[in-house]
Design a binder for this molecule. Sequence first.
Ligand code: ZN
Length: 111
Amino acid sequence: MKKDVQKKNRQNAKEAALASIEMLVNLAKKEAASDPALAQEYGRIAFRIAQKARCGVPKSFQVAICKKCFSVRHFGKNTKAVPDTKRGSVVYICACGAKQRFYYGDMPKKA
Ligand SMILES: [Zn+2]
């Protein structure tokens, strides 16, 4: 009985954490142009919430924010996208040097 309650509480905490992460990512995207430092702080807070709740970051976070320096990706300014056609993926290279790979589909196609 007690374990069921604990499991339910953990699940609720994860759902709440994911909702607040989503909100912070949207805030960071909005603030990126006017105040990059504030946007970076939003990204950092979102990451900390994910760590605390052990829920992982959603895909929207990975695509929008660098996982190393937490700055919002802005193509042509601080991020470049390099296609890797052999692996069927795109590599996002941040100004801080972090690289993140995103596959087109679920798995890379082998010729
Ligand atoms: Zn970065």
